[in-house]
Design a protein around this ligand. Structure first.
Ligand SMILES: Nc1ncnc2c1ncn2[C@@H]1O[C@H](COP(=O)(O)OP(=O)(O)O)[C@@H](O)[C@H]1O
Ligand SMILES: [Mg+2]
Length: 346
């Protein structure tokens, strides 16, 4: 088992300790531990796992002790060393929060270190603006460390996979929509510095645009209890109409997913009333009419699939790995589902 993982390690998004990537689901310990229905092959997590987004993946850091314990007591396979990775830079303790092949996000004390990108200085200018206007829901930029990583303030709370269940209740959904609206208001006066570079390329700020977050899903919001306290992961920020963020968020929180996925992975106690949720989100965001919103979501789904395809073709990670593991066909299926189920939203 370990050899098999080691052979595939270079293609694994999360490194060795990630059984979801096994081709043979019967051997996927994480799915067994999650009591996943082994006969349902329709939506395995294989190939799709992204520990910062996936609502249920049991390979996430927080699940590793459970996993290791189970392996020690119930399995006759040898497990790699599991648990949070710690090493020392000087005297500072590094805690790995995301150990994807494409990047490592670590916490050191009250700071988070992330690999710097060409657009990071522009993103820092945005975060600086947010601090200046008193928007409390974004990390503050603290520059770069001696390894060239960006340094941000750490926001305490639950994010990533733990955040999905927070938007299931009406109150959580309201808070999520309000947070996006508040962010858009806070960034409305932001003037990007000259030579601004965004991840999607150098887009100018049009009259109707704000700098959208670009990846505003439940997994990129930090929650304390049922209260959102921060928005993280600003790499996809770029000038665009506000609807760019609204449509993206709605795909995940209306949600544009079938009942089985809602119940099995997204923590809904019963199939959601998607139309009502979409309306609630729009009301809180202060969008007067929901006309055209479903089309906007589908357009955003298409744009996103195109972006993933483009980045994968250019060899960017994690998109290249996602694509080789079938994500593009899954994205295509989701668009088809949205087209054939739009009556659930309108
Ligand atoms: N500023 C921050 N404060 C607290 N946690 C953070 C912060 N930035 C990142 N994290 C944690 O690290 C994880 C991965 O970081 P993120 O910036 O979302 O990168 P990725 O692109 O890999 O999703 C997040 O899910 C969250 O748990
Ligand atoms: Mg993220």
């Amino acid at each position: 088992m370990i050899n098999l993982l080691a052979q595939r390690a270079s293609a694994l998004h999360l490194g060795l300790a990630n059984y979801c990537w096994l081709l043979d689901l019967d051997k996927a310990l994480c799915l067994k531990l999650a009591n996943a229905n082994a006969t349902d092959r329709s939506r395995p997590l294989a190939g799709m796992c992204d520990s910062a987004r996936c609502p249920q993946a049991t390979h996430h850091l927080c699940h590793r002790p459970v996993w290791a314990d189970s392996a020690a007591h119930t399995c006759d396979i040898e497990m790699p060393v599991l648990g949070r990775t710690c090493n020392f830079t000087g005297m500072a303790r590094e805690e790995v929060m995301q150990d994807g092949a494409h990047r490592q996000v670590v916490r050191i004390g009250d700071t988070v270190r992330r690999p710097a990108q060409p657009w990071t200085p522009t993103v820092h200018a945005l975060l600086q603006h947010l601090e200046e206007v008193g928007f409390r829901y974004a990390p503050r930029p603290l520059g770069f460390d001696d390894e060239g990583r960006e340094v941000l303030t750490y926001i305490d709370g639950d994010a990533g996979p733990l955040a999905w269940e927070k938007v299931v209740s009406d109150d959580g959904l309201r808070a999520f929509a309000r947070l996006l609206r508040d962010y858009h208001e806070a960034c409305a006066d932001f003037s990007p510095p000259s030579g601004a570079t965004w991840s999607g390329g150098g887009a100018d700020l049009g009259d109707e645009d704000v700098v959208c977050h670009g990846d505003f899903g439940p997994w990129n919001v930090v929650w304390q209890g049922d209260r959102p306290v921060g928005i993280i992961d600003w790499d996809f920020a770029r000038p665009a109409p506000r609807l760019h963020d609204v449509a993206y968020a709605l795909e995940y929180v209306a949600p544009f997913r079938d009942d089985a996925e809602c119940l099995r992975w997204l923590h809904y106690p019963a199939p959601p009333d998607r139309r009502r949720r979409l309306e609630l989100f729009c009301t809180v965001y202060e969008i007067n009419s929901t006309e055209g919103i479903v089309d906007a979501v589908i357009t955003r789904q298409r744009d996103n699939a195109d972006l993933v395809r483009r980045l994968a073709e250019q060899g960017h990670e994690p998109q290249a790995t996602w694509a080789s593991n079938g994500l593009l066909s899954q994205l295509g299926d989701r668009i088809t589902w949205s087209l054939t189920h739009r009556h659930l939203f309108e």
